[in-house]
Structures are given as structure tokens and as C-alpha cells.
Write a protein that binds this ligand. Structure first.
Ligand SMILES: [Zn+2]
Length: 198
């Protein structure tokens, strides 16, 4: 429809979540009218993302250094581990300032319609930690209170209890609206869900 180069970028942008044809066109023409400087900055940031961001070898969060800042901080409580679906949840919980333990980022949740999700998310890594980490006393399951989050937490609860019966497994307290997304919960709700976990 447009020139080949414009159409190609529109097609790339449409792969992003919630970006349709119209939004993709707006982004492309934004860059075309703003000029080379802004495009160069975007290329630099994307390169930084590809070249510098790696996985933390301990918690699987995305980070510029491995182990990440949280995992390598000796002041964090080594006895509590909070299991979350994604990096955004780590940031949301960190903002509350109410959690001083460490995290495990699953990088997704179990998805009934996608059998690959069993292998893709960091389950094996979590089970290994739960068995090998001798300091660990409590695991908090902090996934979104929606259908896939609940299914994943039920599975984790069962498996973690079998693998290491001495660890206490808890969930965030009710209070987060059912079906909601942890990363958008306000800090007070999240802090109270954390404090009243059971
Ligand atoms: Zn880490």
C-alpha cells in the first residue's frame, strides 16, 4: 500500500501486543516526520536490548548483569522466595518495599491450549532451587489471580510440596480483584496481599 520500506516496518510493528494497522502507521509516520536522530536513538536502544540484556542465572529475571542486583544483594532475606510470572511483577512488588526476599521469574504461566508452555516456562529451574537451596523456608506464589494463574499455582503447590515437604507454600492474600493483573495492582493492595499471605 505504502512504499516497500514503510510497509515492512508497519508489518514489524504489528507484531507488538495491542498494535494494529492504524497504530503501526502512526508510529512509522511519526518517525518519518521526526527525522534521523529519533530513529537512531531507537536503533541504539534496541541494540542495547539485544546486546546487554541477559537472563539472571539464579532467578531468570531479565537483567544487564548476572546474577542480577536482587540475587547478588546479601541483605535480601534468603529464606523467602516469591514466584512471579514476569519481570513486570518483580517491579510491582519491589515498588511496595514490603518484600525483602528473592524472586523466581517463571516467564509465563501454564496454558492449557499450549502444551509447549510446560517446557517453556522456568518450572524445572524453580523445582531445582526448592530442593537445592538449603536456606529456603517459604515460597510465595504470586501469579495473577486469573484462570491460567490459578491453574499454575495449583500445579506448583502440589509439585513443590512433593519435592520438598519442609518448605511452607503460601499465596498472596485475597484482595487482588479476580482476573486482575498483578503489575497493575496499586501498591497498597499489593502490600496488604503480601503481608496477609497464607
Ligand atoms: Zn536474579
Amino acid at each position: 500500500m505504502y512504499s516497500q520500506s514503510i510497509d515492512k516496518l508497519i508489518a514489524e510493528l504489528k507484531k507488538l501486543p495491542s498494535v494494529g494497522q492504524h497504530t503501526a502507521e502512526r508510529y512509522v509516520f511519526h518517525y518519518l516526520t521526526r527525522g534521523k536522530r529519533e530513529v537512531a536513538d531507537l536503533i541504539l536502544s534496541l541494540n542495547g536490548l539485544i546486546n546487554n540484556v541477559k537472563s539472571c542465572e539464579v532467578c531468570w529475571d531479565f537483567t544487564d548483569t548476572s546474577p542480577c542486583r536482587i540475587c547478588s544483594d546479601p541483605k535480601r532475606d534468603q529464606s523467602v522466595l516469591c514466584v512471579v510470572a514476569d519481570s513486570q511483577s518483580v517491579v510491582a512488588l519491589q515498588k511496595t518495599g514490603a518484600f525483602i526476599g528473592r524472586y523466581h521469574v517463571l516467564r509465563g504461566v501454564l496454558d492449557g491450549s499450549d502444551p509447549e508452555s510446560f517446557r517453556r516456562i522456568k518450572l524445572k529451574e524453580l523445582f531445582n532451587r526448592s530442593v537445592k537451596d538449603k536456606n529456603l523456608k517459604e515460597i510465595i506464589l504470586a501469579l495473577n489471580p486469573d484462570l491460567s494463574g490459578e491453574t499454575t499455582m495449583l500445579y506448583l503447590e502440589k509439585e513443590l510440596r512433593t519435592k520438598n515437604p519442609t518448605i511452607k507454600i503460601v499465596r498472596l492474600a485475597r484482595g487482588l480483584p479476580s482476573g486482575s493483573d498483578l503489575q497493575y495492582a496499586d501498591e497498597i493492595t499489593l502490600e496488604s496481599a503480601l503481608k496477609n499471605r497464607r
